[in-house]
Design a protein around this ligand. Structure first.
Ligand SMILES: CC(C)(COP(=O)(O)OP(=O)(O)OC[C@H]1O[C@@H](n2cnc3c(N)ncnc32)[C@H](O)[C@@H]1OP(=O)(O)O)[C@@H](O)C(=O)NCCC(=O)NCCS
Length: 384
């Protein structure tokens, strides 16, 4: 039996479908360019900072020096957690995966946050700062508690990036480490309608609150098809073990038709512009590290793929996670935290998208084409 609805076209995975407009980021996959509100990420990463990027995405323009100073102070003053949230962190079983733990913590934060449900523009700017600032405090505290160490209280005299490293490791970072962390946070802040951002917007479109949207987004990010590639890329380098093993490993991977993690992108058909920038940060960190071999290994593997016809024909280039994983490693983060590092940055994009959605809301409610059984005769329970 056919109905009118069955003639509708189903676009699986919404691939290539425009479901909304956005002024937040533009991804140019052919040219390998990424812009936040019209500004090239190269300029923001090199001359700007995470704080400037967050201000730009949330407020719609680059801050003046006075605006930036005030904003940085507000963000820094939003870092402290209610004491009861530390109890929640201590109560979580140690084996809880870090993203699951943080999904719980963001939800718990809302319970202690007055006016968490408020969706006015002023309230949402406050919530965006609060979520972004406390996300670093909670992530660092989670790590330290799991290590059997005391959480380190935030400092408000450090930048967002430097304070995060300080709370995570319990010591002030070097200038190069703080710079690399800042660059990393600028580069992952927004990237169009990826799955977690879309999830945040669907949640926001019911006029639900920002904490619910970020909780939902974290659930989407957790899946290995989205937030897991950075960790997978670094684990792959560790598995290869040494630069001299690259050639044999690469040949075997080709033979086994194994995917090389951190290579290829659905949108970028050339170098991912974020990968180029993180590559330089990884190079700097490697040169200061006593484990420079991982950068060397990654460079050799990237070179093999770039020179190979299989990768050339399919236009497969290093993506952001290829070098993102290396930067995270050199910054001393354990691989199981890499997906959360993505979130530490992307929370800016998620919250910006919630604000953009609420500024001109329309409920996101697509349809599914029904393909199940039709009009069956109901058999009473005793007769089945
Ligand atoms: C990112 C990714 C999912 C994009 O995939 P996509 O646009 O759906 O591309 P497809 O899966 O259709 O792949 C196209 C072709 O390239 C191959 N390919 C894609 N990525 C590859 C990789 N990393 N290593 C080896 N081959 C790869 C596919 O096998 C396929 O080959 P075929 O045409 O002979 O079947 C994919 O490149 C990938 O899995 N990369 C590794 C994981 C990763 O780094 N993810 C992070 C993305 S930011």
């Amino acid at each position: 039996m056919t109905t009118k609805v069955e003639q509708a076209q189903v676009i699986r995975g919404l691939e290539g479908v425009y479901v909304s407009t956005t002024e937040l980021s533009r991804v140019d996959g052919e040219r390998g360019r990424l812009f936040y509100r019209g500004y090239a990420i190269e300029d923001l990463a090199e001359q700007g900072s995470f704080e400037e990027t967050a201000y730009l995405l949330w407020h719609g323009h680059l801050p003046t020096a006075t605006e930036l100073e005030r904003f940085s102070q507000q963000l820094a003053q939003s870092r402290r957690l209610p004491a009861r949230l530390y109890c929640v962190l201590y109560d979580l079983p140690r084996e809880t995966t870090p993203v699951t733990a943080m999904r719980t913590m963001v939800s718990a934060l809302a319970a202690w946050e007055p006016n968490a449900d408020a969706t006015t523009p002023e309230a949402e700017l406050y919530h965006a700062r609060r979520l972004t600032a406390t996300f670093t405090t909670m992530t660092a505290a989670l790590h330290r508690i799991r290590q059997g160490e005391e959480p380190v209280l935030p400092r408000d005299d450090l930048s967002h990036a430097a304070n995060f490293l300080y709370m995570f490791h319990g010591r002030e970072p070097s200038a190069a480490a703080a710079r690399a962390m800042d660059t990393f946070l600028v580069l992952y802040a927004d990237h169009g309608f990826n799955a977690s951002t879309f999830t945040a917007r669907v949640t926001a479109s019911t006029m639900s609150d920002m904490y619910s949207s970020v909780t939902a987004a974290l659930g989407a990010l957790k899946g290995p098809l989205h937030g897991g590639a950075m960790e997978a890329a670094m684990r792959q380098f560790l598995e290869i073990g040494a630069p001299d093993n690259v050639d044999a490993w690469f040949e075997r991977a080709l033979k086994e038709k194994r995917r090389i993690m951190g290579i290829g992108h659905r949108v970028y058909k050339t170098w991912d512009p974020r990968a180029r920038i993180l590559r330089e940060q990884a190079r700097i960190l490697a040169s200061e590290s006593d484990e420079p071999q991982w950068f060397e290994l990654a460079e050799r593997l990237a070179e093999r793929t770039l020179q190979h016809p299989y990768f050339q024909e399919r236009r497969l280039y290093p993506n952001v996670d290829y070098y993102g994983g290396l930067v995270a490693y050199y910054l001393g983060f354990p691989p199981e935290y890499y997906t959360l590092l993505f979130a530490v940055s992307r929370i800016v994009g998620w919250t910006a998208h919630v604000m953009e959605q609420h500024a001109d809301n329309r409920l996101i409610r697509p349809r599914a084409l029904y393909t199940g059984a039709e009009e069956l005769a109901y058999t009473p329970l005793q007769a089945r």
